[in-house]
Design a protein around this ligand. Structure first.
Ligand SMILES: [Ca+2]
Ligand SMILES: [Ca+2]
Ligand SMILES: [Ca+2]
Length: 315
């Protein structure tokens, strides 16, 4: 009996040693079935990227991280087995204003995996309005925006091109409700004749025949010019223009309700009903070849290229 008991105890100790041994050699600090912790740390979610961007992921594991895979729009773009985990994405061929999803999947050394949250990035511009209700000349097609720490920038695309808007009876106005309050700024009640979607616009950013200026609504009476653009990038017979407004000239809004109107022989508002709210977050990140300084002139996208450029171009 005693020898049998000793045998059981010895066996128990032996099994324990094996279990401890197993545990200490293959699972040093926890469950061995866990995949790594993984997250995209750059670029920020919902940012506007330039032509290239370094996508960076952080991955850790109780064992070791074997590889981190980067996916763009569901397709494997790069496998990186060395920390820091990064993928230099050349996004130059992506469509301007298009949105893309990025995620990373990390594997540990025994094949356990975890997939990160997915982030969305926008290619050089964030498209906020796609109108396209009437494909006639000079109608609004789309509006894209972005912001830096100091600038609100927008890109307006038209059907049919700009036939030198400074000579042609054509204006494009962006009505900006910078306090997101319909009770302040221009409204139908002001009797001014036009009040796009009645959003209570506090500023009007105008490009065209009547000048390239920023105007503020003067207490229910009229628009008064308050500032010039930081830049206006416009090419005759192209189908778009780009412009930048100092956020300071708009009294540093945190969000803006936007309606754009093509004001000419024929009108077009976009969107035709409602408005779009843009959170001013400085979403345009560094590392972009198209980043525009506060004082430097914008690059001319048409340089060295045939004109007119067509909508849907990638530059
Ligand atoms: Ca693991
Ligand atoms: Ca307002
Ligand atoms: Ca429209």
């Amino acid at each position: 009996m005693l020898s049998r008991l000793i045998a059981v105890i010895v066996c128990g100790i032996f099994v324990s040693v094996i279990l401890v041994g197993c545990s200490s050699t293959s699972n040093p600090s926890g469950a061995q079935n866990d995949g790594p912790d993984v997250a995209i740390t750059y670029p920020p979610d919902n940012s506007v990227i330039g032509s290239t961007v370094d996508v960076v992921a952080d991955a850790t594991d109780s064992r070791s991280v074997a590889v981190v895979e980067f996916y763009v729009d569901g397709a494997l773009a790069l496998s990186d087995s060395t920390s820091p985990y990064a993928y230099a994405w050349d996004a130059v061929c992506t469509l301007l204003g298009s949105a893309h999803q990025i995620h990373a999947t990390a594997y540990d050394d025994v094949g356990n995996s975890t997939t990160s949250d997915t982030i969305t990035v926008h290619s050089r511009w964030r498209t906020i309005i796609e109108d396209g209700d009437e494909a006639r000349d000079c109608n609004v097609k789309s509006i894209a925006v972005r912001s830096t720490e100091t600038l609100l920038e927008f890109r307006v695309e038209m059907y049919g091109g700009w036939v030198d808007p400074h000579a042609y009876p054509l204006d494009c106005g962006l009505f900006l409700d910078t306090d997101c309050d319909t009770l302040t700024g221009m409204s139908e009640a002001s009797g001014f004749g036009y009040a796009p979607n009645d959003i209570g616009a506090d500023y009007l950013a105008l490009v065209g025949l009547e000048g390239d200026v920023i105007a503020a609504w003067n207490d229910s009476t009229a628009w008064g010019v308050v500032a010039d653009y930081e830049y206006v990038n416009i090419t005759g017979n192209s189908d778009y223009f780009e412009a930048g407004v100092a956020l300071e000239d708009l009294s540093w809004p945190s969000a803006i309700d936007i309606v754009v109107a093509n004001i000419s022989d024929f009108w077009d508002w976009a969107p035709d009903t409602g408005h779009v709210r843009y959170e001013v977050t400085g979403d345009y990140i560094e590392g972009a070849t198209l980043r525009i300084g506060t004082s430097a002139p914008a690059p001319t996208p048409n340089d060295g290229r045939p004109t007119p450029l067509m909508s849907g171009k990638t530059e």
